[in-house]
Design a protein around this ligand. Structure first.
Ligand SMILES: *[C@@H]1O[C@H](CO)[C@@H](O)[C@H](O)[C@H]1NC(C)=O
Ligand SMILES: *[C@@H]1O[C@H](CO)[C@@H](O)[C@H](O)[C@H]1NC(C)=O
Ligand SMILES: *[C@@H]1O[C@H](CO)[C@@H](O)[C@H](O)[C@H]1NC(C)=O
Ligand SMILES: *[C@@H]1O[C@H](CO)[C@@H](O)[C@H](O)[C@H]1NC(C)=O
Ligand SMILES: *[C@@H]1O[C@H](CO)[C@@H](O)[C@H](O)[C@H]1NC(C)=O
Ligand SMILES: *[C@@H]1O[C@H](CO)[C@@H](O)[C@H](O)[C@H]1NC(C)=O
Ligand SMILES: *[C@@H]1O[C@H](CO)[C@@H](O)[C@H](O)[C@H]1NC(C)=O
Length: 405
């Protein structure tokens, strides 16, 4: 697997430039370094080394016409402190409108050609749309307000910091079905920025699933194929998994599906579109890595020091915080750290994790020693390692009845 480390280095004299003039006078004059690093980790990391000024809010304001706002589809849960109230764990990203991606794409296509022999010149538009968020500058000090259909209140997030804001917001009482959320923009701004709120009860089941090579073919173990799958190809589901998930949607009585991937949040529009169409009967919020840091050593540390294990474990903690009374089926694969993460989650949370299913991906470390270590101390009837041949039969496992394999 791979880390694409894409480092935009700003020329030092640009650190004093600001705002609108910046876009006209310095359209992407930074230098790019692109290197593929095989680390046994499947993550695409991108760092914008931004001038410091962009990280600090000088004043607070609502997003304006020049800003892009993304609100991620959000899980909603019963407020433990206030029965009848629904909390939504809302996350938004506010950035400047896109910079011209052409120099970035030229650099990337040149590098891909040189290092991998991959020619993306015919599909640059597609690559550009997949990479679009990488060409945005995170904005701090932006206040995002939303309305959600079928819920009582409007809600505001705290000001963005480094582009991001995340908070549990109170929406009053929602009616329990998936709801359309809309960002409140200035009256002069005719754009619609929508998102979906997925509420789920405090009890019952949920499914936590990885994306790459669990539900979507990403070829995490092959640099060339991973780059192709990410930049060029139509996304393809792992054969049989849409059917398994739609069967789980019924057998687990509309569980809360949550997709957790260590991919960077900049790939959210691409992945969301895929889940929404290919897994439409089992769609749900997608948690991605929201690293927008300018700290290069933090990124390198993430990759080198088991960052994926820590990140995914933190996401399970996050889900447990919202739904401590549910039981979750966790689904993943052997390319990254899913066996280790899910094994640890079972040891930590017991029956909160009902089952762990792991797809054995060809070429990954599928040794008995690995799985024995990952599931050390875990009862063999709590997890299942499956090959692709076995995928159709997953739908026959009575997870609701307490069986995992
Ligand atoms: C890719 O590289 C080869 C030489 O290595 C060159 O002939 C070809 O024109 C390049 N293609 C593109 C699209 O850059
Ligand atoms: C995402 O970023 C925000 C702001 O930087 C941070 O507070 C939050 O903990 C991050 N959340 C996750 C889930 O990584
Ligand atoms: C957002 O939702 C509104 C109301 O349903 C709809 O009219 C509009 O087309 C949606 N916009 C987008 C970009 O999906
Ligand atoms: C999912 O898509 C299929 C095929 O397009 C369609 O028949 C089905 O009604 C959709 N389900 C939902 C829940 O949208
Ligand atoms: C950058 O990251 C490293 C490693 O995570 C950390 O030790 C250091 O304090 C960070 N530096 C800043 C300025 O945040
Ligand atoms: C949101 O609420 C959950 C559940 O109470 C809690 O675990 C989490 O820390 C809260 N998150 C934030 C950002 O306040
Ligand atoms: C597979 O994982 C086990 C347990 O972590 C490790 O001891 C072994 O060296 C790994 N094998 C390969 C080929 O990486």
């Amino acid at each position: 697997m791979i880390v694409i480390l894409l480092i935009a280095t700003w020329p030092s004299n640009s650190s004093s430039c600001c705002c609108a003039g910046f876009f006209s006078s310095a359209p992407f004059t930074m230098r790019f370094t692109l290197s593929f690093v095989t680390l046994g980790l499947a993550v695409v990391e991108v760092v914008h080394a931004l001038p410091r000024e962009w990280q600090r809010p000088s004043r607070r304001s609502a997003p304006n016409l020049l800003d892009d706002v993304l609100v991620f589809d959000a899980p909603a849960f019963d407020d433990p402190a206030n029965p009848g109230n629904t909390l939504v764990q809302l996350q938004a990203y506010v950035s400047s409108r896109q910079l011209d991606l052409t120099p970035l794409l030229d650099t990337i296509s040149g590098e891909l050609n040189k290092t991998l022999g991959l020619d993306i010149s015919k599909t640059l538009d597609r690559a550009a749309s997949r990479l679009a968020l990488f060409g945005t500058l995170p904005l701090s000090g932006k206040d995002v307000t939303v309305n959600v259909d079928n819920c009582g209140n409007a809600a505001s997030l705290p000001s963005t910091l480094g582009g991001m804001a995340i908070q549990n917001v109170t929406l009053g009482k929602c009616d329990g079905t998936d709801a359309l959320g809309t960002v409140t923009l200035a009256s002069s701004d005719s754009r619609n920025v929508n998102f979906t709120v997925f509420p789920s009860s405090a009890d019952g089941f949920g499914v936590i699933s990885d994306i790459d090579d669990t539900v979507k073919v990403s070829h995490s173990l092959d640099k060339l194929l991973l780059a192709k799958a990410t930049l060029i190809d139509d996304p393809v589901p792992v054969t049989g998994m849409p059917e398994v998930f739609s069967s789980l949607a019924k057998s687990l009585n509309s569980p809360q599906f949550i997709f957790v991937s260590a991919s960077p949040f900049q790939l959210y529009p691409f992945l969301r579109d895929f889940i929404d169409t290919t897994y439409n009967e089992s769609s749900g919020p997608i948690f991605l890595n929201n690293l927008t840091t300018t700290n290069i050593s933090a990124i390198t540390d993430f990759a080198a020091n088991d960052g994926i294990f820590e990140y995914k474990s933190a996401m399970i903690d996050r889900i447990q915080g919202m739904y401590p009374g549910k039981k979750f089926l966790t689904v993943g694969d052997s390319t990254q750290k899913d066996p280790e993460t899910y094994g640890e989650a079972i040891r930590k949370y017991g029956d909160f994790i009902a089952c762990a299913w792991i797809r054995k991906v060809d070429g990954a470390n599928n040794t008995d020693a690995r799985f024995a270590a990952a599931f050390d101390g875990v009862s063999p009837d709590k997890f299942k390692l499956y090959t692709d041949d076995e995928i159709p039969s997953l739908a026959n496992i009575d997870v609701a009845g307490g069986t995992c394999n």
